[in-house]
Design a protein around this ligand. Structure first.
Ligand code: ATP
Ligand code: MG
Length: 169
């Protein structure tokens, strides 16, 4: 995978600026219940352009901003960046060796998207993700519910899932 790191700042339980580096060979994140594993997946989904608060396990979009604790004030905004290795030019139109995709949100609901720190439109960023086969609606992220669906659905329903995944539906 060409994903080098995820940077989170004020997103859900990541009140402090946190960088998760994916060195060669890292395939999973483990930890006790409630430590924030799914929040990392939510962060990725969010940068990919997720618009539904429900899909991010909240009731409104601002719920992704760190909400505070008894001894810590809530954050006023949040930001998540996905940093990709582009030395193999997975984004052919980007000359840089590293490409970062950032989404920001403040409590007023103002959302911003940045490609390598430059303000851009959400649709341009989503289009760039599509060039490397990533998208919030694809199978780059498979949620816990989706696994259930795969295992328990009827063969015909499962077929529909496979057809969608292979892009022939
Ligand atoms: P499990 O193993 O049970 O699936 P998990 O590691 O996936 O757990 P998450 O669901 O990622 O855990 O994290 C849940 C935690 O994140 C809860 O403690 C919740 O209070 C916290 N959390 C979620 N949103 C926010 C927010 N906006 N501000 C602060 N904390 C938040
Ligand atoms: Mg979880």
């Amino acid at each position: 995978m060409d994903l080098k790191e995820i940077q989170l700042n004020g997103f859900k339980s990541f009140a402090d600026r946190t960088t998760i580096r994916f060195e060669d060979g890292v395939t999973c994140i483990v930890g006790p219940n409630g430590c924030g594993k799914s929040n990392v997946a939510d962060a990725v989904r969010w940068v990919l352009g997720e618009k539904s608060a429900k899909n991010l396990r909240g009731s409104n979009m601002q719920d992704v901003i760190f909400g505070g604790t008894v001894d810590r004030k809530p954050q006023t905004s949040c930001e998540v960046s996905l940093v990709f290795d582009n030395t193999n030019h997975i984004f052919p139109e980007m000359p840089d060796d590293e490409v970062s995709m950032t989404r920001r949100l403040d409590r007023k609901g103002d959302s911003k998207y940045l490609i390598n720190g430059q303000l851009s439109r959400q649709r341009d960023m989503v289009a760039l993700f599509h060039t490397i086969g990533l998208g919030k609606e694809g199978y780059s992220i498979i949620g816990q519910g989706k696994v259930d669906e795969l295992l328990s659905s009827k063969p015909e329903e499962r077929r529909a899932i496979f057809e969608e995944a292979t892009g022939i539906s």
